[in-house]
Design a protein. Structure first.
Length: 330
């Protein structure tokens, strides 16, 4: 029998932002809630079949960082992209737009290098300081799944299955590539470190199970879900993993918690599948059925899925204002 495990309510966006639209929300490496909010009176448009509202072409917003009862705001004006991801960096923030505008050339030319000045690449990541000033902006490719920063100031970006990126060549051209999976940037952009080049035997179709820890990063890319361990020097190990339904990760030493979720009984079921890494493989040990506070069953898919070492933070689909916490050692 699968035991129940009650999640803790970790953080809630203050009621003073109740009338605002939440464009992006996360838990940073210090456990703080960070959100990008905006006044919907500016002309937000409903997105078919989704909870999200699309902002107008130009809009103002506020980045909110909540540390317990203390709330800090960063005012942002004249934003020109639909920023869907946020995290903190120093006393400021990083924003990312998941989708890029078309590059402006015919698709038939994607098979050959294209002069860089003929491409219209969107700078869809912005690093902003605590005063709201842009410190850097860079192109990070199309199809961003998740944005997370670490304690050292690196920017980690994972990608979903429609991802693509125009790679720079020494001769001033760029070449089209896809299945980006996972990349790491510095705060000033520059040349990224990209996982596919360092894991030639792994197909990075989609990377939605990511854990950015204090010293090490772990990822389980779809479709084979190997457990890949990365540090500041590169890939440390690739471990075969039979737990192929993992949407989020928490890790404590050799112990691993994989988030699984599916429909059940007309509703939704969130599960933790516990495993152990030993003898060059992952072995499943047990399962937990996740409940929300007051033994409430989830009413939607688990979103957010912010893994940092032994902790995994989640929110319900459509409600990025309330974040719940799973801790492996609790």
């Amino acid at each position: 029998m699968v035991a129940d495990h009650r999640l803790a309510l970790h953080a809630t966006l203050p009621d003073s932002y109740a009338r605002h639209e939440v464009l992006a929300s996360t838990i940073d490496h210090r456990g703080r809630l960070a959100a990008l909010v905006a006044d919907p009176a500016q002309g937000f448009v409903p997105t078919p079949d989704r909870f999200w509202l699309r902002p107008p072409p130009r809009y103002d917003a506020t980045a909110v960082v909540c540390d317990g009862a203390e709330t800090r705001e960063i005012r942002l004006t004249d934003l020109d992209q639909w920023f869907t991801d946020i995290d903190t960096l120093g006393d400021g923030i990083v924003l990312a737009a998941a989708r890029c505008e078309p590059v402006g050339i015919e698709i038939e030319r994607y098979q050959e290098p294209v002069p860089e000045d003929e491409l219209h690449l969107t700078h869809n990541v912005r690093v902003i300081d605590g005063g709201g000033q842009i410190q850097s902006a860079f192109y990070a490719g199309d199809g961003i799944e998740q944005l997370m920063t670490d304690a050292r100031g690196a920017i980690w970006i994972s990608y979903f299955d429609e991802s693509n990126y125009w790679f720079p060549n020494p001769d001033g051209t760029r070449s089209y590539g896809f299945a980006i999976g996972l990349a790491r940037w510095g705060s000033d952009g520059g040349q990224p470190w990209m996982a596919p080049f360092h894991t030639p035997d792994v197909f990075w179709c989609d990377c939605y199970a990511l854990n950015v820890g204090r010293d090490v990063v772990h990822a389980c890319p779809y479709t084979d879900f190997p457990l890949i361990e990365i540090d500041s020097h590169g890939v440390r190990s690739i471990t075969p993993n039979p737990i192929t339904r993992c949407h989020g990760l928490a890790i404590s030493g050799a112990e691993i918690a994989f988030l699984d979720q599916h429909r059940a009984g007309g509703g939704f079921r969130w599960e933790i599948r516990r495993g152990r890494r030993q003898s060059g493989a992952v072995t499943e040990s047990d399962r937990l059925n996740l409940l929300l506070p007051h033994d409430r069953h989830p009413t939607g898919w688990a979103r957010g899925k912010i893994g940092r070492d032994e902790t995994l933070w989640l929110h319900e689909d459509g409600d990025p204002r309330h974040w719940y916490r799973y801790e492996m050692n609790s």
